[in-house]
Design a protein around this ligand. Structure first.
Ligand SMILES: NC(=O)c1ccc[n+]([C@@H]2O[C@H](COP(=O)([O-])OP(=O)(O)OC[C@H]3O[C@@H](n4cnc5c(N)ncnc54)[C@H](O)[C@@H]3O)[C@@H](O)[C@H]2O)c1
Length: 323
């Protein structure tokens, strides 16, 4: 299987490439706006992966690179929902347009399979445990709106041009090489100021956290299973973790275990943030896949891994925890 990974030098992409190289040659297409070539070095040095520096907004280049691949994974996007608040064009361009280009490049270059990295933000702000068929509440962030648009484009390309596609709605993905997200944000804040950790909101926000190793395993399982030309999967643990818990773990793993946690208040971190979200992973479970780590266990492991990246030898080991 010859794979193209658009956005493959980023957090999830670099782990996905590490798994894909055992299935055949991999081409990474990334503009390095966020990702790092060094994260792919073992695979590039071993000749198992090739790196192309390119912008997914450059359709002719992406199409040329896509030729000869069996499957394209589309991961390039603005990954931070709150960035859309200050740059309202960001998710349209980096999210929706890059997705359209990746789909169009597949159509023009004859790549038969497409995988989209979507998100639980498509379900909007709802108290329901969301299943794949639940789209009653619409997205409340520009990021979520872009993901829903990407899903609709993917569906249209499947129907109109015979593409086969898998859409994965991830929970919050955590683990080594993280480029954004609450845990990394907290650890970096603690590196700058070891006395007080400011946390946006009241800390009661509660979301599902997926370890990146489970994310990659779920993508590959979903790719290998499923009978329909378009399959949509929630890829998430069934449980959730509070932001307060993440903050406590970050303080414990930092060289500043006495740091005070200050909550700014309010039920959400920023407009468009979804304070409580929960997704049911039943469809992937029915296809034979279960995540190995609960949300709490994924967070605990990821905080330890990221603390090592941020603080080096000064990171403090976390006590083993439940789940
Ligand atoms: N990390 C999460 O918690 C999470 C949750 C749900 C969905 N997702 C989605 O998964 C995908 C990957 O997320 P991530 O956390 O690895 O993000 P990331 O920012 O670490 O990786 C994205 C990669 O895309 C590259 N990129 C960005 N714009 C590009 C462009 N125009 N052309 C070429 N390359 C470009 C970046 O350099 C980066 O390497 C994204 O689509 C994101 O929205 C992530």
């Amino acid at each position: 299987m010859r794979s193209l990974v658009v956005g493959g030098a980023g957090f999830i992409g670099s782990h996905l490439v590490g798994a894909l190289v055992s299935r055949g040659p991999v081409t990474v297409y990334d503009d390095l706006s966020v990702g790092h070539r060094a994260w792919l070095a073992p695979h590039l040095d071993a000749g198992r992966a090739e790196f192309v520096v390119g912008d997914a907004l450059d359709l002719p280049r992406l199409t040329e690179v896509a030729r000869g691949h069996d499957v394209a994974f589309h991961l390039a996007a603005n990954p931070e929902a709150r960035h859309g608040l200050s740059r309202t064009r960001l998710d349209l361009e980096q999210g929706t347009t890059t997705c359209y280009h990746a789909l169009e490049a597949c159509r023009l270059a004859g790549v038969p399979r497409f995988v989209l990295s979507s998100s639980g933000t498509v379900y909007g702000d709802t108290a329901r445990v969301c299943r794949e068929e639940d789209l009653g509440a619409l997205p409340i962030s520009l990021y979520g709106a872009s993901k829903l648009a990407c899903e609709a484009l993917t569906s249209a390309f499947v129907e109109c041009f015979g593409l086969e596609a898998r859409i994965f709605r991830f929970g919050n993905v955590v683990g080594p090489h993280g480029t954004h997200g609450a845990a990394l944000d907290f650890l970096r804040k603690l590196e700058r100021d070891g006395t007080t950790l400011e946390v946006l909101g009241d800390g009661k926000q509660r979301k599902p956290y997926l370890h990146v190793s489970d994310c990659v395993a779920g993508i590959l399982h979903g790719l290998d299973h499923g009978a329909a030309r378009l399959e949509i999967y929630n890829l998430t643990p069934p449980d959730t973790t509070t932001v307060a818990r993440i903050a406590e773990l970050c303080v414990a793993a930092s060289p500043h275990p006495g740091a005070r946690i200050h909550y700014t208040g309010g039920d959400r971190g920023w407009p468009g943030d979804i304070p409580r979200s929960m997704m049911a992973p039943d469809k992937l479970a029915a296809a034979g896949f279960r995540v190995r780590l609960t949300s709490d266990a994924a967070v605990r492991r990821a905080v330890g891994e990221l603390a090592g990246e941020v603080f080096g030898a000064r990171a403090r080991p976390l006590e083993p925890g439940p789940g």
